[in-house]
Write a protein that binds this ligand. Structure first.
Ligand SMILES: Nc1ncnc2c1ncn2[C@@H]1O[C@H](COP(=O)(O)OP(=O)(O)OP(=O)(O)O)[C@@H](O)[C@H]1O
Length: 723
């Protein structure tokens, strides 16, 4: 049985369920309470197809109707200083001030034209009425009025053209300025701050780009539009009342009609309506199954296993079964949502009837001319459109203005990792011979984590020494490297870098002196060349250096084999755009649509992503590190950190990498995290063996073998595998 709207038709037998009541009302009229105010509610549940629809109903709404309105107004008032600031900032963008002036003047002109047009229209109607009643026409006046009316239409057209012409460069100026502002807001955040959900959401609100229009542009457009629409409405009303003044019922008709339309449409304005709070969910297993299977067949990431698993027939059969069980109820929520809102009827027809009765009442001296009735009707239609425009433009105005507020607040977000003040190095020689590193009783817990990732860690690596950290999964090896680069700060203890507490060093200088390759390295969505070059921004322009870094990392050969070599994007950041006619459609001429020829002409591949193996990607990441640390003779780097750089490499590549690292690191300090013993541990000045967030053994390879502890046991285990 299909249950619609009325839950009494459904299993439970009751129409609505009051699932819960929340009484958070407060009588305190203070501002804070007004903003946080929540009326008493209960939840109404109904069923729409496969959807369960839950809506919050405000029980004490009539008594408290003003509270949400006041809260909204308060929010808007709070945003006003930011709005003023955004206007000021936009005017200060080079080239924007004259464009804003032209745009505003054109909008003002556009707003006044309809009112002037009404005046001319009134004059034309009165000429027509005089002609009907007296059979005479003042031709000169008619010509003047007609010319005026035509001039209005032409002016309206020109004002609109001017707006459109100015809009594009103005939006472009603002968008460029805005993109830079947002980019900086993103780029300046440190790791833990960036990962906070509320920060991410705040950033997203401000950087939403809607069809190439920034939040700032949309806000400016919204404000100027609203001012222009209000100007238009006021001017139209004034002119209309003026035109109808000579007729007994004229002004009354105008005011009644216009206010009737205004009330009907104003009632719909978001600011006067409390938003309906609802939620719809479905627990229909078959409907969910249908959706899930649709996702499986549509998402390319599942295709490999879908094909290999021979799932085509099975998927179709499963989908068919589920679809038969769901039947016609398989409507998506959007179909039901449309039905939640009803249009409000216009009462214009009623007013027309009332005035016709008035005319019938006094047939000898009709209190209103037919021309006026037609004029008012025409003006009312224009009014309706203006109100439509206001409703459309003010939808979500609080959200829009709050976004502007966030725009300015977002650059003030405090980074969690505090800046230091001491420059590093004091002398270049401090770097050249490697930098000493020391951990003193360091303990650390990740944000939100309960368990310590490091507990009371102490060790010391001298300048130019090689330290290898070994240990099982989750023992804390990577965490040590993250703390050295100050992605996080420890809870307890101290980390010394070149003898300084790292918290006191300028962050930029500290990170400049370290080259790090993380285990979970990332391949940036840039070209291969830029991926390597960004290892050292100072020399990123140098193609030879990029190539050398790739060669040392064993990446040059396979990169050269790619059709676009070093300029290859692994994932194209901008996909080709296609016309809306879909591939495979048949046109009226009978031709089947196929984009192959266009793709070939434009040099677009049918798949735009270039796949690299895990090992190849790791070589690119290693090349990036080499770009910074090894390639440069007079490198500013004094400490090299490598977290499992060979995990995805084949044994030959791993051997080559270790050989090169040994040779190329010169006298820099190096800390290496690895699961594999052997190649590096044998050369290490210090081995740290970690288990359960702590260092359980430390020393050289020889010393640790001699002490015959856990390191020795695992070393023997790995060695035996090769015997
Ligand atoms: N971002 C994070 N948030 C919360 N806990 C984390 C995070 N990263 C790591 N941990 C936890 O911290 C502990 C140490 O992790 P770490 O990555 O340092 O181990 P590891 O020795 O490098 O392991 P592996 O050998 O698997 O790379 C683990 O218990 C892990 O679950």
């Amino acid at each position: 049985m299909v249950c619609r709207k009325d839950d009494s038709l459904c299993r439970s037998g009751t129409k609505y369920h009051s699932i819960g009541g929340a009484s958070r009302s407060s009588s305190c009229p203070s501002r804070q309470h007004a903003l946080l105010y929540r009326p008493q509610t209960h939840i109404k549940r109904s069923r729409l197809g496969v959807w369960d629809f839950y809506e919050e109903i405000e029980v004490d709404r009539p008594r408290l109707a003003l509270a949400p309105l006041l809260a909204k107004l308060r929010e808007l008032v709070d945003c006003l200083p930011y709005l003023v600031r955004v206007f000021k900032d936009v005017l200060s963008i080079p080239g924007c001030a004259p464009l804003v002036l032209i745009y505003a003047m054109a909008q003002l002109g556009d707003a006044l034209v309809p009112a002037i047009a009404i005046w001319f229209q009134g004059q034309l109607l009165s000429i027509t009425q005089t002609a009907v009643e007296t059979r005479t026409v003042d031709k000169e006046r008619l010509l003047r009025i007609a010319a005026g009316r035509i001039a209005c239409t032409t002016a309206g057209f020109f004002f609109e053209r001017i707006q459109r012409t100015v809009e594009k460069p103005l939006n472009a100026h603002i968008r460029r300025w805005w993109a830079l502002h947002c980019f900086h807001a993103y780029a300046r955040l440190d790791y833990p701050t960036y990962n906070k959900t509320e920060v991410k959401r705040q950033l997203q609100d401000t950087t939403d780009d809607y069809y190439g229009q920034s939040v700032v542009w949309r806000t400016l457009e919204l404000v100027t539009d609203i001012v222009s629409i209000i100007t238009r409405l006021v001017a139209q009303t004034l002119v209309l009342v003026q035109v109808l003044r000579g007729q007994p019922d004229g002004p009354l008709l105008a005011v009644l009609t216009l206010s009737a339309e205004a009330v009907v449409y104003a009632a719909r304005m978001p600011v006067f309506q409390s938003a309906r709070i609802w939620l719809a969910r479905t627990v229909n297993d078959d409907f969910m199954k249908m959706k899930a299977w649709k996702n499986v067949v549509r998402d390319s990431s599942h295709r490999k296993e879908f094909v290999a698993g021979n799932l085509g027939e099975h998927a179709t059969a499963e989908f068919k079964k589920a679809s038969e069980r769901v039947g016609d109820k398989d409507a998506d929520w959007s179909e039901w949502e449309d039905q939640l809102y009803w249009p409000i009827p216009s009462i214009w027809a009623m007013i027309q009837i009332i005035f016709t009765f008035r005319a019938a009442q006094y047939p000898a001296s009709i209190p209103i001319s037919l021309a006026s009735l037609s004029l008012v009707q025409d003006a009312a239609t224009k009014f309706v459109w203006s109100f439509h425009a206001i409703i459309y433009r003010t939808r979500g105005i609080e959200h829009q203005l709050t976004a502007v507020k966030k725009v300015y607040e977002v650059v003030k977000i405090e980074n969690m990792v505090a800046e230091g003040t001491i420059p590093f190095p004091e002398e270049a020689s401090q770097i050249r011979s490697g930098v000493a590193l020391e951990f003193r009783n360091v303990s650390f817990k990740y944000p939100e984590a309960e368990k310590y990732a490091l507990r009371n860690i102490s060790f010391s690596v001298g300048p130019g020494e090689l330290c290898v950290i070994v240990g099982g999964n989750g023992s804390g090896k990577s965490t040590i490297l993250k703390l050295v680069t100050r992605l996080y700060d420890p809870e307890e203890g101290q980390i010394l870098f070149g003898g300084h507490d790292i918290r006191t060093l300028k962050l930029y200088d500290l990170r400049q002196a370290i080259s790090v390759l993380f285990q979970d390295y990332t391949i940036f969505p840039l070209s291969i060349r830029d991926n390597i070059a960004m290892g050292d921004p100072a020399t990123s322009y140098d193609d030879d250096r990029v190539r050398l870094a790739a060669r040392l990392a064993g990446a040059e050969t396979f990169v050269d084999k790619l059709p676009e070599g070093f300029n290859t994007y692994l994932d194209s950041p901008v996909s080709a755009e296609y016309s809306s006619t879909s591939e495979g459609d048949t046109l009226l001429t009978g031709r089947k649509v196929n984009y192959d020829a266009l793709r070939a002409a434009a040099g677009v591949k049918s798949t735009e992503a270039t796949a690299l193996s895990g090992g190849q990607q790791q070589r690119l990441a290693v090349a990036r590190t080499f770009m910074r640390s090894i390639v440069q003779e007079d490198s500013q780097v004094g400490l090299l950190l490598f977290d499992e750089p060979s995990a995805a490499l084949d044994p030959a590549a791993e051997h080559d990498l270790f050989e090169r690292l040994q040779k190329l690191r010169g006298n820099k300090t190096m800390v290496f995290s690895s699961h594999r013993f052997g190649n590096l541990t044998k050369h290490a000045d210090l081995i740290l063996y970690m288990d359960e967030s702590g260092i359980v053994e430390s020393g050289t390879h020889g010393a640790l073998l001699k002490s015959d502890g856990e390191y020795a046991r695992l070393w023997k285990l790995q060695a035996q595998a090769f015997i």
